[in-house]
Design a protein around this ligand. Structure first.
Ligand code: COA
Length: 332
């Protein structure tokens, strides 16, 4: 059995709504620019009572409830995040503690906004072995923590949130196509701030892997136009390649749930696939770009709102820092 069964999904979104208009008080921007260039109207921001592990645990609890599964029945917790609260332990281990998932093993993966595609692929590979029966996949992000509020071209893009799925093995159809593009790796990053430490020469220049890395200081640095071009190439490629592995065409998909980075990226990708935008689930207006949580939130909305039904062929497709990209096509 190489496929997955999605037993239940869930999500957690912070209450605080930040509108496009709110940004006009901190940077030179306007609702009209943000709306037409990105499709975003608002996003959610977590406060300190809603750390990344907490949002993830709440989403996980929601998904377990929907699946009718107890935390103690979970064998593996797989978390995707670019904004962990701790260097160590992993967010997955923190969520395991909060949920009391005492029989699970837990770990994080770092693939930025492509998280769900990579996590579903990884989960189904574990599920193909008998000793893992139930996997809880959680994507939880607090982008507001790594946003540069002086940079108007990035600070308006991101939001916070979490969503989760409970997966088991099944004979349903599944395929994946995962890639990372080294040529674009310098286009999107957030580097840990440099600390002064004893015993070493703190004046030694930081050996940089990316040009102008010092600009980051813990915040996102992005070459927006180039990421845009990359995304409009990578998303259709991933959808087509994942479909090919199942001998279907993108036209045979019932719904595509893309990473929500920019409405115009989604629109262009759909045009390249020769598919109507209606084949796509879009929620960018309300939540902005929540990194890996975006496809997970989209999936939960589709499940709960009945936008997908059992037997439908669904595709999740994303791209992000790395530059990673990928798609999973699965029978729901
Ligand atoms: N408000 C008003 N003006 C803004 C602005 C803002 N928030 N941000 C940038 N601008 C200005 C720029 O300074 C520039 O001004 P100039 O022409 O005087 O130099 C102008 O708008 C056009 O900037 P540009 O960067 O060409 O805009 P764009 O249409 O490419 O949109 C992004 C910018 C970031 C929205 C777009 O490139 C994008 O979405 N890229 C992909 C981002 C992405 O996917 N990131 C996540 C990956 S997971």
């Amino acid at each position: 059995m190489n496929g997955i069964d999605i037993l239940g999904t869930g999500r957690y979104l912070p209450e605080k709504v930040v509108t496009n208009g709110d940004f006009t008080s901190i940077v030179d921007t306007c609702d009209e620019w943000i709306g037409t260039r990105t499709g975003m109207k608002k996003r959610r921001f977590a406060d300190n009572s809603e750390p990344v592990w907490y949002m993830g645990a709440m989403a996980g609890e929601d998904a377990l409830k929907a699946a009718g599964i107890r935390a103690s029945d979970v064998d593996m917790i797989l978390v995707t995040t670019v904004t962990p609260d701790f260097y160590t332990p992993s967010t997955a281990c923190q969520i395991q503690l909060k949920l009391g998932a005492k029989n699970a093993f837990a770990f994080d993966i770092s693939v930025a906004c492509s998280g769900v595609a990579y996590a579903f692929d990884m989960a189904r590979r574990y599920l193909a072995c008998d000793d893992v029966k139930t996997v809880l996949v959680i994507s939880t992000e607090r982008l507001s923590q790594i946003t540069n509020y002086k940079d108007r071209s990035t600070c308006i893009l991101f939001g916070d949130g979490a969503a989760a799925s409970v997966l088991q093995a099944s004979g349903k159809r599944f395929s994946s196509y995962l890639k990372s593009d080294l040529d674009g790796s310098h286009l999107l990053f957030a580097a840990r701030p440099v600390r002064e430490i004893p015993f070493v020469d703190n004046t030694a220049p930081v050996r940089e892997i990316f040009p102008e890395q010092e600009k980051s200081n813990g915040c996102i640095v992005m070459g927006g136009n180039d990421v845009y071009k990359f995304a409009t190439r990578a998303m259709p490629e991933a959808v087509v390649k994942a479909c090919e592995k199942l001998n279907i065409t993108p036209g045979e998909l019932d719904l595509i749930i893309p990473h929500q980075a920019n409405y115009r990226i989604i629109e262009t990708a759909m045009k390249k696939l020769l598919l109507p935008i209606e084949k796509c689930h879009v929620n960018i207006r309300d939540y902005g770009n929540t990194s890996s949580a975006s496809m997970a939130i989209g999936l939960d909305e589709c499940v709960r709102e009945g936008l997908i039904k059992r037997g439908d062929m669904v595709c999740v497709v994303g791209f992000g820092a790395g530059l990673t990209y990928g798609a999973c096509v699965f029978e729901y």
